[in-house]
Write a protein that binds this ligand. Structure first.
Ligand SMILES: O=c1ccn([C@@H]2O[C@H](COP(=O)(O)O)[C@@H](O)[C@H]2O)c(=O)[nH]1
Length: 280
């Protein structure tokens, strides 16, 4: 039996639930705002409530690995449990771990997140291409084999990103555009869309000089705490907006710790995103 690709699964869940991705980012300040201690027990409660509120509510959840790794192996165990619970509720998990290294080490990172029997197996993984796009090849191969996907940092939402991503190569193309071109090649011929996405910040304003139509998903962080809004999506992404998976983390999480309040915050963003995309 052939494995269904991440791109196919993502398109389906985006059509069913809308494209919103909500992040689980247990910042120390959010733990405190939720009346929790900045301890393993606080992390466990925060994660349990977030999973309960978000599983089955949104299409995609993006746990930020850094906030779990901060607590060592027991924090990672909390992350493993969350991933399993979200996936069994039919919610796709994009693990935001931004891995990247020389190819032989990249192969081990890929096994950690993209090998079917790994405790951290996720539907997709964020990766950094700044050791060269080719160094990501082991992750591309394993993702293909297991019906998973990647999101490659192309044009990040933070103001510092331009220093690297806007640097112009000898052929006149900048680094961000080069990553988009690699991904378009990776996704060539895939239907309904490919599994190899780009991270492109919703904060970046007019991106009409970039070829964003990579036949794959565009993970767009920056909505909420970083200042972008769902209404910005059509002007930032133009005709590629149909493939955008907008991410909100703190903008939703600040509504906690009440499960219904978190759910309504996520639903409010989801409705705003749907309205913005429908009107585009
Ligand atoms: O370009 C990027 C890539 C990743 N992120 C991550 O997304 C969330 C954003 O959180 P907010 O609270 O909604 O600002 C966070 O996990 C970042 O590490 C990004 O912001 N920009």
């Amino acid at each position: 039996m052939s494995i269904e690709s991440f791109g196919t699964r993502l398109r389906r869940v985006m059509d069913e639930r809308g494209p919103l991705c909500v992040g689980i980012d247990p910042h120390a300040s959010l733990l405190s705002a939720w009346g929790l201690d900045d301890t393993l027990a606080g992390l466990e409660t925060f994660t349990r409530i977030s999973v309960e509120a978000l599983a089955e509510t949104v299409a995609v959840v993006k746990p930020q690995a850094a906030f779990f790794e901060r607590f060592g192996s027991r924090g990672v165990a909390v992350l493993e449990k969350a991933v399993a619970e979200l996936r069994s509720a039919g919610t796709l998990v994009v693990m935001d771990a931004k891995r990247g290294d020389i190819g032989s080490t990249m192969a081990a990172y890929a096994e950690a997140f993209l090998r079917k029997d790994s405790p951290l197996f996720s539907d997709a993984l964020t990766v950094s291409p700044y050791l060269g796009y080719g160094s990501l090849q082991p992750a591309v191969s394993l993702a293909r084999e297991n019906g998973a996907g990647l999101f490659v940092l192309a044009l990040t939402s933070n103001p510092e990103g331009g220093e690297v991503q806007h640097a112009v190569r000898a052929d006149g193309r900048n680094i961000g555009a080069t990553m988009l071109a690699h991904l378009a090649e990776e996704n060539s011929g895939a239907e309904p869309m490919g599994s190899f996405g780009a991270v492109v910040g919703a904060t970046l304003g007019d991106l009409s000089s970039y070829e964003l139509d990579i036949n794959g998903p565009l993970l767009a962080p920056g909505i909420g705490a970083q200042g972008a809004t769902p209404a910005d999506l059509p002007s930032v992404f133009g005709s590629a907006v149909r493939n955008v998976v907008p991410n909100v983390s703190r903008g939703v999480l600040k509504a906690g710790p009440s499960v219904p309040a978190l759910r309504s915050a996520a639903e409010r963003f989801a409705d705003e995103v749907r309205a913005a995309v429908a009107g585009a």
